[in-house]
Design a protein around this ligand. Structure first.
Ligand SMILES: [Zn+2]
Length: 349
């Protein structure tokens, strides 16, 4: 797999770390060209065509009822404009915090400047399409949609912006206090640091590495598992968090042994993808199995078995196996082994 083609790994906007200060952020918020990703609990506003709705700063302010300055995050800058995120308050009903009908968005979409990105098909999801501010937003069918659901169909620019916005929002939500002294922290460095109000210590966004692996045996069969927490029929590759003091390769072998009893020998790197639900970086590997007997732990993993390509194709078509979502690196690992896209299911189960 190519890491820069994975759905959530396709960021193209420069992250502009050198611009992460309060003055630059304030200045960007005065520009008409600046675009805002509204983010709320892992979700972003998506129009009926599946495109992320990027708003002007004024529209974002109106949608969030004039939010406090510490809810803005600098995402990056490209040749045309700056991109920021606004962390919408969580809770409320399903339309809370969405851009409102009759706001600046309605007029912006009709200005001459917008015709360059308008036109038939401009909102179609997929590579090369262009998201834009649209009129009649909430009433137009705009809704909060999870990055997990829409990540694979967003154009690269938007997928990258939204992934970073969701990851930062999740971190801020979970780190209101200083881990040293317990005092409240405040947002600094344009949303990239939280600084303790008592001892001044600075705390940076965290990312937790997790390994995910395609384990293949001597007959070139793939090991897939069904976790007890999943819906019936869902199968995926094995995965787990890296423990303190552990290498990635060790984590691969330990997780596979714990969950299935299979012994893994050589391990090779395959790619990585951020997975901000809430804070993972998925690091993918291919592991060569030295044994083939499967003994599941029965707690985390309920079922695990080897599949040939023909067996997997038949099980997916027949609905006995539901593969992981197209946004996930698990899907990419499986399709790498399979040799192309998995077939679609034809039967309901
Ligand atoms: Zn402190």
């Amino acid at each position: 797999m190519r890491s820069d083609e994975l759905p959530l790994s396709r960021a193209v906007v420069d992250r502009s770390a050198h611009l992460r200060d309060e003055q630059t952020l304030r200045e960007l918020l005065t520009r008409d060209s600046t675009r805002v990703v509204l983010v709320r609990d892992g979700r972003v506003p998506v129009d009926p065509a599946g495109a992320v709705v990027l708003t002007t700063v004024d529209d974002a302010r109106a949608a969030a009822d004039d939010p406090s300055p510490d809810r803005w995050l600098l995402l990056g800058v490209d040749d045309e404009r700056g991109y920021v995120a606004l962390r919408a308050a969580r809770g409320g009903d399903e339309t809370a915090g969405l851009p409102r009908e009759g706001s600046q968005s309605d007029r912006w979409v009709h200005t001459p400047a917008s015709t360059a990105t308008g036109g038939a098909g401009a909102d179609a999801p997929g590579p090369g399409s262009t998201s834009q501010v649209r009129g009649g937003l909430a009433a137009d069918g705009t809704r909060w949609a999870s990055l997990r659901t829409v990540g694979a169909t967003l154009p690269a620019r938007d997928a990258g912006l939204v992934t970073t916005a969701v990851a930062l929002d999740e971190w801020h939500e979970r780190h209101p206090r200083c881990p040293r002294c317990g005092a409240p922290t405040r947002v600094t460095h344009a949303g990239w640091v939280r600084t303790c109000t008592e001892d001044g210590s600075e705390h940076y966004p965290r990312t937790d590495p997790a390994v995910i692996m395609a384990v293949v045996d001597e007959h070139d069969r793939l090991l897939l598992a069904h976790a007890s927490a999943w819906a019936a029929g869902r199968y995926s590759t094995l995965a787990g968090f890296v423990e303190p003091g552990e290498s990635l390769e060790h984590a691969v072998r330990r997780e596979v042994a714990e969950e299935t009893g299979v012994v893994v020998g050589p391990v090779s790197y395959a790619g990585s993808q951020p997975w901000p639900f809430p804070a993972s970086l998925m690091v993918a590997f291919v592991g060569r199995a030295l044994t083939s007997e499967v003994r599941v732990d029965g707690v985390e993993v309920e079922l695990a078995r080897w599949f040939t390509r023909d067996e997997l194709a038949a099980a997916v078509v027949g609905g006995q196996v539901v593969p992981p979502s197209t946004s996930s690196i698990a899907r990419a690992l499986i399709e790498d082994w399979f040799g192309g896209p998995l077939p679609a299911a034809t039967a309901q189960f």
